[in-house]
Design a protein around this ligand. Structure first.
Ligand SMILES: NC(=O)c1ccc[n+]([C@@H]2O[C@H](COP(=O)([O-])OP(=O)(O)OC[C@H]3O[C@@H](n4cnc5c(N)ncnc54)[C@H](OP(=O)(O)O)[C@@H]3O)[C@@H](O)[C@H]2O)c1
Length: 359
């Protein structure tokens, strides 16, 4: 559904583009988009209210608080935590007593999110801090990781949540925007933070991917080194989300290989689809249409449920390398399970981001 709605956004935002296409084609696309939006209701139903309640994320409870549990000594780092799914995951984890660092592109927005969580969740002020991170700039990624490592703290939970969808352009380093932010920035970020992850007792890494990965036919390694080519930016988004799923699986293979030290093999890596969620990711859709579409999406609280599940549920402990949807493991697309493609993506990414996995 997601990709069709992004397509609709572009089409509606750009009247001249719509005019270039036949009325029939446009109507077909709108019909498809709307039918997919309506299909989202299934998502809501099958996410399961009990799951949301279990994770303190039920819609009727905007300030989830499960009490200070076993999470209270854990430190989490979440990218893109100032809004949307990342914000609600951060708030739920803070309410469970976890110490959190909100790593965001804008420190001002990160500070506002921190203040809001402190006000709503009654967590101690020293449990929450912020870090500037621009995933579209590999130098900024390196600097932010060094700043975190300088604290000398173990990192129990890394949530790679930030993302862009349906935007066009390129990163500071010349990579396609969605690929650069959603995958390559997070690739460097994750490998750079490994020294802190290996110090934790049972570290987890969560990659917020998307069901949109199922539409990606593969990865064109030349195309991801140039500015966005499509009109909608959506084919590129699909590729970036395929990269998230492949990266998580390849990371799991490398961490759990025969030669891996014990400190690395205790790390679990998961990727997930959060659902189709009413967040700022749809910010460019014209307001009226956006309001209508959001009626059929799940809320940001509900969209955070699978992230919080993978972050905290004891059942996930032995399930590294899996892809999750609606708080349960799911088989990703066939191409997302291709170990050769995952290895090629890893090798390209390692060269482009100039970083190796050192354990
Ligand atoms: N919403 C959905 O239906 C849906 C479905 C499937 C998957 N997802 C995935 O869920 C994740 C969260 O998305 P969302 O829906 O919560 O979107 P959102 O509300 O737009 O939040 C995206 C977050 O990413 C941050 N971000 C964007 N570019 C960045 C950069 N260059 N460096 C650092 N941070 C950056 C944004 O910061 P600013 O606020 O400063 O822009 C924001 O905090 C994304 O990975 C998305 O692909 C969402």
């Amino acid at each position: 559904m997601e990709h069709q709605t992004v397509f609709m956004r572009q089409a509606c935002a750009n009247h001249s583009y719509v005019c270039k296409h036949s009325r029939l084609k446009h109507l077909k696309r709108c019909y498809f988009g709307f039918s997919l939006v309506f299909g989202v209701n299934q998502n809501l139903a099958s996410t399961g209210r009990s799951r949301l309640r279990h994770h303190g994320l039920e819609m009727t409870n905007p300030t989830p608080h499960l009490g200070h549990t076993a999470q209270s000594s854990r430190r989490a780092l979440i990218t893109g935590a100032n809004t949307g799914i990342g914000f609600h995951a951060a708030r739920a984890l803070a309410a469970q007593g976890m110490k959190l660092t909100l790593a965001c592109r804008s420190l001002e927005k990160a500070e506002r999110a921190r203040e809001r969580i402190l006000a709503e969740s009654k967590v101690p002020a020293d449990h929450l801090d912020t870090l500037a991170l621009d995933l579209a700039n590999l130098a900024s990624v390196g600097d932010a990781a060094s700043e975190f490592l300088d604290r000398g703290e173990p990192l129990d939970l890394l949530i790679n949540n930030a993302g862009v969808a349906g935007l066009r352009g390129e990163t500071t380093d010349g990579f396609e925007l969605a690929f650069g932010v959603n995958h390559l920035g997070h690739f460097k970020w994750t490998l750079a933070l490994m020294p802190a992850l290996v110090q934790a007792a049972a570290p987890r890494i969560i990659h917020v991917a998307s069901r949109a990965h199922e539409r990606a036919p593969g990865i064109d390694f030349a195309a991801v080194q140039t500015s966005t080519r499509s009109r909608t930016g959506f084919p590129e988004y699909q590729v970036s989300k395929l990269a998230n799923v492949l990266f998580s699986a390849e990371l799991d293979r490398r961490l759990h290989g025969n030669d891996s030290p014990a400190s690395a093999s205790k790390i679990c890596s998961y990727s997930l689809h959060p659902g189709v969620v009413a967040t700022d990711v749809w910010r460019e859709v014209p307001r009226l249409l956006r309001g209508f579409m959001k009626l059929f999406m799940i809320s940001s609280e509900e969209g955070a449920a699978t992230t919080v599940h993978c972050a905290t549920d004891p059942q996930c402990a032995g399930q590294s390398g899996l892809y999750y949807d609606r708080c349960a493991p799911k088989t990703p697309s066939a191409i997302a399970q291709d170990p050769e493609l995952a290895r090629a993506l890893w090798e390209h990414s390692s060269r482009w981001a100039q970083i190796e996995l050192s354990l």
